[in-house]
Design a protein around this ligand. Structure first.
Ligand code: FMN
Length: 449
């Protein structure tokens, strides 16, 4: 008889035991001081999800930047210097004290950097020179030199050492979300002719070097995972065309296919990576990674907040302001819709063909959907973002076979407002009054001892 895991079963990877099969996914927000040191609001925010009675097995941090130059966006946390360790450690301990595990996610947005104080060339650093109509504020990305690539690998290794020094339970490198490593993996953004571009093996080289350096920095006994996008869907958000185009059309419109990313997964296993965290799409936000309605109003707000940074950012904001929201939903909302367990099928492919423990991400809120994914062997763990932001007690309700009175509606206003406004649920329809909505946002930052 095959064993069907329960949502509230423990699960262990490389010596780290999670008390349930559900993790809080990365949720980035303005919770640091201007220099990137985490502020008390960050500790309070994370601790709220960690309460024992809420049953969240572990928390994956926001993408914490490894590059000192990045302001991405303002008041997001960084780990590019030793001075960031002590405040991070304090928050990590506060989460762990509640029996919840804490994994720090490291990344660098590279050419997808969306915000800065003033425009700076480093925010366009990427695999190659490309004009991207949607992501990043720089008019055009700029190819990294070999010295810059070596320095970047060093940044990841140094930050990894700091994660361990901060006492976290584990570390995750993001090779997803269209961030720098993903820009090297994706054939539409990597047009290099040197050892870091061209073949699948060469496009993987940066991730290979980062994985080796990180493993060396933290040791074999430290939990280390990689967040990977199973399929790039390059044309989404529609119509995200990059200039100049690349040949063949599949590289341009699709990007990495599942067979290629499974190969990445197998290589990562050989490099002693402990788990894979699977989503899909290329860029944040995108309809495959954050399935739900087209967030027209939120995208407009964000585009307006960075329009001063470049001609591209200005044109993008002007277009989004000109197109009425209902028309934008039809024209630009292609592919945006809620899909339960959106990436569980991909997660299953990794679990079967790579053989590492797999976290599935995107579109989990109902008990049946989660149990179905676990029961069918599609994943070992589930990561939840928006539904936990809407209802941090979601799992407590599920354990009692109840549903939240006001579930997450997948409106994605939280995703699109988080870089500009305090993190929280901005779906006014979920609250009796506007004051209640605002109170919920402000309460997240309150000390919850
Ligand atoms: C407010 C907000 C901030 C996010 N910040 C990050 C981030 O810093 N790093 C990351 O990898 N994903 C980030 N995400 C994506 C989530 O981790 C998750 O993949 C996405 O919301 C889909 O999961 P869901 O359907 O459970 O919400 C963010 C999502 C939201 C809603």
């Amino acid at each position: 008889m095959t064993y069907t895991p329960d949502l509230f079963d423990e699960f262990a990877i490389n010596g780290v035991t999670f008390r349930s099969r559900v993790l809080r996914s990365s949720l980035g927000g303005r919770m640091a001081y201007y220099d990137g040191t985490v502020a008390p609001v960050w500790k309070n925010f994370e601790r709220r999800f960690a309460r024992p009675e809420f049953h969240v097995g572990g928390i994956i941090s926001a993408t914490i930047d490894v590059d000192a130059k990045r302001v991405s966006p303002l008041e997001y946390p960084k780990l590019s210097d030793d001075r960031f360790i002590a405040p991070l450690a304090e928050g990590v301990r506060a989460v762990q004290a509640q029996g919840c595990r804490y994994i720090v996610q490291l990344g660098d947005p590279g050419g997808h950097t969306q915000a800065s104080l003033l425009s700076q060339e480093e925010d366009g650093k990427s695999a190659s020179a490309v004009i991207d109509g949607y992501y990043g504020y720089r008019n055009r990305t700029s190819p990294m030199s070999l010295d810059e690539i070596a320095a970047e690998v060093g940044n990841f290794a140094a930050a990894a050492r700091r994660v361990r020094a901060a006492g976290a339970d584990g570390l995750e490198v993001t090779a997803s979300k269209g961030y720098l490593i993903h820009q090297f993996l994706n054939p539409a953004t990597n047009r290099r002719a040197d050892a870091y571009g061209g073949s699948v093996e060469n496009r993987f080289r940066l991730l290979r070097e980062v994985a080796i350096a990180v493993r060396q920095a933290v040791g074999r006994d430290f939990l280390f995972g990689v967040r990977l996008s199973a399929v790039d869907h390059n044309w989404l958000p529609f119509p995200n065309l990059r200039w100049p185009p690349v040949w063949p059309p599949r590289d341009y419109f699709v990007g990495n296919t599942l067979s290629t990313t499974l190969q990445y997964g197998r290589w990562l296993k050989e490099l002693a990576v402990d788990y894979l965290h699977i989503d899909s799409g290329f860029g944040f936000v995108n309809p495959k990674g954050s399935p739900g309605d087209y967030p027209a109003e939120g995208l407009r707000l964000f585009a307006n907040s960075v329009r001063h940074l470049s001609a591209k950012a200005q044109i993008r904001a002007t277009l989004l302001n000109l197109i009425p929201a209902p028309i934008a939903k039809v024209l630009l909302g292609v592919g945006w819709r809620y899909v339960p367990a959106a990436n569980a099928g991909y997660a299953r492919a990794f679990r079967e063909h790579v053989g590492l423990p797999v976290i599935a991400n995107g579109g989990f809120q109902e008990r049946e959907v989660m149990e179905g994914a676990l029961g069918r062997g599609e994943c070992d763990l589930i990561a939840i973002g928006r539904p936990l932001l809407a209802n941090p007690n979601l799992l407590a309700l599920i354990k009692e076979y109840k549903k939240p009175a006001k579930p997450c509606t997948w409106c994605s206003l939280c995703c699109t407002r988080t870089a500009v406004l305090p993190i929280g649920c901005y779906d006014r329809s979920r609250f009796p009054t506007q004051d209640d909505m605002e109170d919920q946002i402000m309460r997240f930052s309150a000390d919850s001892t």
